[in-house]
Design a protein around this ligand. Structure first.
Ligand code: NDP
Length: 295
């Protein structure tokens, strides 16, 4: 079996910059028609470090493309009914095009109840069952931000997907399951033969080794090793983890679900962590918000 030693990066920073330039142009058009800029709100509950980093990045991205953004912070002691009241207020705010409630939420709050309470027309994360159902049926709606961002990433770098075998590792409602559906749809990117795997899958490595396109969304740092990857595969690493690292100024470094250094030389294309799927998720959120403002 041949081993590939040169690979190309599915660079999310480059792809997201290109898409954001397009968004900036469209913001000008939308604003001229409606007399106000697209407006996204982000609800952050508690002071969890990673969630704050993600929300700050989303707010910053809004500013960069000329959206208005509002950060709504509440303490981790907020009750479920108080949060549901806040969601209803945001649903009814005519100045707001879309909003997100950053997950995870504190344990005493039922995430499903909160997701269900969000008006599907403002659900720019694309987590509401109505939007997920629309995605399955190929109807217009908001696609879940991370899987949609991966489609944009593949498209930007001209990755041909039709007829390829795509293996998705992980079946969460926000990443793995929608990703598998989107890759099997009759569209480009799409038209893959898809295998979805999870923690009960037997002999995972023998399945991942069949993947022309491998999308790990497992939530386990550096889980995918070189022996699990077919030479020449396209690997899109969704995982993102903070690993303690005293040599870094901030005390940690970021890694994905893939052992990048040993897997990359086997790939034709691979996304890095950081700078791969993360920026694409944010860009998808911007695209969904723009769409909400255009309706
Ligand atoms: P979840 O924890 O919700 O899901 C993980 C999935 O992986 C589950 O379906 C689980 O299976 C499966 N899994 C766990 N262990 C194994 C194993 N040993 N073999 C095969 N499958 C396994 O995670 P998410 O989908 O929310 O997120 C996945 C990763 O992606 C995380 O690192 C998260 O931080 C990251 N992420 C990154 C984003 C970005 O923008 N870059 C956005 C969203 C997430 P089972 O169902 O059987 O438990």
């Amino acid at each position: 079996m041949s081993t590939i030693t040169t690979y190309e990066l599915l660079d999310g920073k480059i792809a997201s910059r290109a898409v954001q330039e397009r968004i900036i142009r469209e913001v000008a058009e939308v604003t001229a028609i409606r007399g106000r800029v697209p407006h996204l709100a982000a609800v952050l509950i508690g002071a969890d470090g990673a969630s704050r980093t993600y929300v700050d990045a989303k707010v910053k991205a809004c500013e960069k493309v000329g959206f208005r953004s509002t950060l709504i912070e509440r303490s981790a002691e907020i009750t479920e009914s108080e949060l549901l009241d806040l969601v209803r207020t945001l649903n009814n705010d005519p100045d707001l095009d879309g909003f997100i409630v950053q997950l995870p939420l504190p344990k005493h709050i039922d995430e499903e109840k909160v997701t269900l309470a969000i008006d599907p027309r403002k659900d720019v994360d694309g987590f509401h069952p109505e939007n997920l159902g629309r995605m399955v049926l190929g109807l217009p709606g908001y696609l879940p931000a991370t899987p949609a961002g991966i489609l944009v990433l593949l498209k930007h770098f001209g990755i041909k997907t039709a007829g390829k075998h795509c293996v998705v590792v992980g079946r969460s409602n926000i990443v793995g399951t929608p990703m598998s559906i989107l890759m099997s749809r009759n569209s480009e990117p799409g038209n893959c033969t898809v295998t979805i795997t999870h923690s009960r899958s037997k002999d995972l490595a023998s399945i991942t080794r069949q993947a022309d396109i491998l999308i790990p969304a497992i939530g386990k740092p550096e889980f995918i090793s070189a022996d699990m990857v077919k030479p020449g595969a396209v690997v899109v690493d969704v995982g993102i983890h903070r690993i303690e690292d005293a040599s870094k100024k901030r005390g940690y470094r970021l890694v994905g679900d893939v052992k990048f250094d040993e897997v990359a030389p086997k790939c034709s294309w691979i996304s890095p962590v950081p700078g791969g799927v993360g920026p694409m998720t944010i860009t998808s959120l911007l695209l969904n918000t723009l769409k909400a403002a255009q309706i």
